[in-house]
Ligand binder design. Structure first.
Ligand code: PLP
Length: 352
């Protein structure tokens, strides 16, 4: 049925193996991040087969369904309301808040477990993490004193909110914090998690960052590109996943609506350019599944005109008479559209 995502398991396996080999050659372990594909079981099975070092996800709902003996990592800073399930279902969580760490400590103690944490520090991207100019050592001293918490590592995240590109200079802030913590608090971090797919350009340029021994990689594994500059990674596949949606209407219509223009289905007043008569098609997928700005038709003669909850309107004028009702249009995906179509229950996932 359509719409559907065609997911090529062989290409995904190749990408994961390629990237994990590259990381290992550089002395880094790799956390395979599964949230962009909602930890869908067929891809988790592949990660098990490949024996990735860690399986990481930002959502507990995903991690709780993962069937694997590979250590599981919670990427999003835990909610204080979910500490019980975090200590029960994950091996490591990323953290930045003392009160939450204290709650995790209590939760772990209740089930006689020691929970591993990676302490996140913010070196300028301004999303999660103890801010590097704060009194980090004091916080680390408190965490070190928690009986059921083990400080397994330290990490940072870049190119997520602030768009900060990882560089040896920027990551020096992380290294300085590590050295200070080792000296002043006596902590030895097993894991130094340097970042996400935006770190890959440093690996490619052989700009190794001192001490960093782990990366958390999602987008690069499935879209085959690094995310500092958005460049494709040579020898990796960019087309693991393709979106397909079918035409349910094709008609010759004007390019501007007739009558007085008020609000559209989403409360906005639309504006239009008069391009004369158009051959307009409707495909059966809409805003509920994907933002049409985030998908690119493989047939470059097709132009995307707009969308409502259940429809995307396409301009087929340049395609002559190549399309008829029921024909399927294929699209390339961005990270955002992959995330939303994987999440939509109305989009079939067809593995091949
Ligand atoms: C903390 C953290 N690390 C790593 C990742 C993976 O990022 P990317 O998909 O760019 O590799 C994410 C996002 O999913 C994240 O939130």
């Amino acid at each position: 049925m359509y719409p559907r995502l065609r997911i090529d398991k062989k290409k995904f396996e190749h990408n994961v193996r390629y990237m994990q080999n590259l990381c290992h050659q550089k002395g880094l372990s790799m956390m395979a991040v599964t949230k962009v594909f909602c930890a869908d079981p067929p891809l988790i099975e592949l990660l098990n087969k490949i024996k990735v070092d860690y399986i990481a996800d930002s959502r507990m709902e995903n991690l709780m369904t993962v069937k694997s003996n590979i250590p599981k990592v919670l990427l999003r800073i835990p909610s204080i309301h979910e500490v019980d399930r975090v200590v029960k279902y994950t091996d490591i969580s990323l953290n930045s808040e003392l009160v939450t760490l204290e709650a995790l400590d209590k939760a772990a103690s209740k089930i006689s477990k020691v929970h591993n944490v990676i302490i996140m520090v913010d070196i300028g991207d301004l999303r999660e993490g103890l801010y590097y100019k704060e009194r980090i050592l004091e916080a680390l001293r408190v965490v070190k004193s928690l009986k059921n918490i083990n400080i397994k590592g330290i990490g940072t995240n870049l190119t997520c909110y602030g768009g900060i590109i990882p560089s040896v200079k920027t990551l020096q802030k992380l290294i300085d914090i590590i050295k200070m913590s080792e000296q002043m608090v006596g902590i030895k971090f097993d894991i130094v998690s340097g970042g996400n797919s935006s770190h890959i350009h440093l690996l490619m340029k052989n700009q190794d960052v001192e001490m960093v021994n782990n990366l958390r990689l999602g987008e690069s594994l499935i879209l085959g590109r690094e995310t500092a500059y958005g460049d494709p990674i040579e020898k990796m596949f960019q087309d693991v996943v393709t979106l397909e949606a079918d035409l349910i209407e094709i008609k010759q219509k004007p390019s501007i609506p007739e009558g007085d223009i008020g609000m559209n289905a989403f409360g906005q007043k639309p504006s239009f350019e008069d391009l004369g008569l158009m051959k307009r098609g409707i495909i059966a997928i809409g805003k509920q599944d994907v933002d049409y700005h985030e998908i690119t038709p493989m047939d470059t003669r097709i132009r995307l005109v707009g969308s409502s909850s259940d429809h995307i309107i396409v301009d087929l004028t340049q395609t002559q008479n190549d399309y008829k009702i029921g024909d399927v249009i294929q699209f390339k995906l961005s990270y955002g559209s992959l995330l939303s179509t994987m999440t939509s229950k109305y989009v079939e996932k067809a593995y091949e």
